[in-house]
Design a protein around this ligand. Structure first.
Ligand code: NGQ
Ligand code: ZN
Length: 485
């Protein structure tokens, strides 16, 4: 069992030390920077040239100036949050791409995923998550909302430390320096109508009392760390009932506003089952039974009527869209054009990690709409911005909101979470303003993210993470052990 108090130094160069008495020592990775000068930057109020950013000792932005001397090449953007991750699924990406007998579907994929996760032990989870988080950082994600339901041993036996598996995830954030909004998931039933869980699901099971104990243990463990926040999730309407989840929300109200995430209306079969059980569609049911507001993030929300679409938009909640996973699992198309026209907020997530790239999520969000509506630039219509820029703006703002985190814009007082694009890259050269983001999002697959900063620390420099070789080695040995089982 690893806790944040154990002393395991992965690589002395990275300064990773787990002997910390509290999370004050979280996020030791990377060099701290107190000033950054770049040729072009997307600030909270738009593009600016020759920009200087001052960063305070806490990793927050202290000042922003443009028109200064000494700027170096590059395009500075606010970092983007990945609003939906199941880290363990990174280890099976690509292993479910062969049809079984007959029609293959989401539920067949899920059965395979359950078989796979049966083998995952605490040390594997940390190795997988660290590899994944390095990949996220390199791709431009500065933060991850980890929707974490792998709480217990396979078969449901409890670990000695109730937070064992969550601590592995938090340790992986120390290994890598990524920011996290950790979302322990409440999961009580196996299906609509309080169906009992299958044996494979017992690993996820909690009752309200256990769940609240886990939450409080994590709250204590994390303490005050500006890169680490805590929220909660309900796995899905299939996995909870309104009484117990309501009880949990009431009990946690004393902590103030917390991010609340839920999977919803991803598969049409799930919508049909929800109607058969309750008479209402999933999103309709959620709004009838919970006070859904801007602290909520509805993951997928693929199948909504126009009324539900308008209701989600009007509530100020974020739709957590995961286009590559939704494509991979055959979910369907989110009604993005209508939702954005209603003022809806979005974040993007890599979910099953079939792809780990904000570019690919944003590109496929737009391409899905182009294919359905047989036209172009669907999601920037009428706003006067490039489509890549428009989608990036939306997903950065919605991502920070869904993570309950003070990031998502380059402005004084905000967290110094940034990425720097390589403007000398052949895909980005001779581009200006929105064209830089449009070209990054739409024109090719070579990664042009050069540097990445989290809380003022440079965790990716020239496309490399200082600990990537060690992290990869641990991942390879975890994979070897998992495939041998
Ligand atoms: C999950 N993932 O919990 O990992 C789900 C599948 C379910 C996605 N929906 C399992 N992408 O929904 O029951
Ligand atoms: Zn999910």
């Amino acid at each position: 069992m690893i806790t944040a108090r154990d002393c395991i130094v992965v690589n002395a160069h990275c300064g990773i030390v787990y002997s910390a008495p509290s999370h004050a020592h979280f996020h030791e990775t990377g060099d701290s920077v107190n000033n950054l000068r770049v040729k072009t930057a997307l600030l909270a109020n738009g593009w600016a040239d020759d920009v200087s950013i001052d960063i305070d000792a806490d990793g927050d932005i202290a000042g922003v100036q443009s028109g200064v001397a000494g700027a170096s090449d590059g395009c500075l953007l606010p970092g983007i949050a990945n609003v939906h991750s199941h880290a363990h699924q990174r280890a099976m990406a690509g292993l479910a791409e062969r049809a079984g007998g007959g029609d293959d579907d989401f539920w067949g994929w899920r059965a395979l995923m359950y078989r796979f996760l049966d083998a995952v032990q605490p040390e594997h989870l940390r190795a997988i998550a660290a590899q994944l988080y390095v990949e996220m950082l390199k791709a431009g994600y500065t933060r991850v909302a980890e929707f974490h339901y792998l709480h217990h041993q396979s078969g449901g036996g409890r670990y000695e430390n109730i937070a064992e598996m969550s601590l592995q995830i938090l340790a992986a954030t120390i290994d890598t320096g990524i920011g996290i909004t950790h979302l322990p998931v409440y999961y009580q039933f196996g299906g609509f109508g309080e169906r009992p869980m299958s044996e494979k699901q017992l690993r996820f099971a909690n009752d309200p009392a256990h769940f609240l104990t886990l939450f409080e243990a994590l709250k204590n463990e994390i303490g005050h760390d500006k890169n680490t926040t805590l929220g909660i999730a309900a796995h899905s309407l299939r996995a909870i009932n309104k009484e117990t989840f309501g009880e949990i929300l009431d009990a946690l109200a004393k902590h103030g506003a917390l991010p609340v995430h839920i999977h919803i209306a991803e598969q049409s079969g799930e919508v049909d089952e929800c109607i058969a059980w309750s008479g209402a569609r999933p999103v309709e049911y959620l709004y009838e039974n919970f006070a859904v507001d801007r602290n909520w993030c509805l993951i997928h929300a693929t199948h909504m009527t126009d009324f539900e679409t308008a209701q989600l938009a009007a509530s100020g909640a974020v739709a957590g869209l995961c286009p590559t996973t939704e494509a991979n699992l055959g979910d369907g198309f989110f009604n993005a054009a209508r939702y954005l026209a209603e003022g809806g907020r979005i974040g993007i997530g890599s979910d099953s990690h079939i792809s780990v790239s904000p570019v690919e999520e944003l590109r496929w969000l737009e391409y899905g709409q182009r294919l359905v509506h047989r036209s172009r630039n669907r999601l920037s219509a009428g706003c006067g911005l490039g489509t890549g820029r428009r989608l990036y703006d939306l997903a950065v703002a919605g991502g920070a909101q869904a993570c309950g985190h003070n990031s998502g814009a380059i402005a004084p007082g905000k967290r110094a979470d940034f990425i720097v694009l390589d403007t000398a890259h052949p895909l980005l050269c001779e581009r200006h303003g929105d064209e830089l983001i449009d070209s990054w999002v739409f024109s090719g697959n070579e990664n042009s993210v050069r540097d990445v900063y989290v809380g003022g620390k440079r965790v990716i420099e020239n496309g490399r993470h200082a600990c990537e070789a060690d992290i990869r080695r641990r991942f390879l040995s975890a994979m070897k052990a998992l495939r041998a089982r």
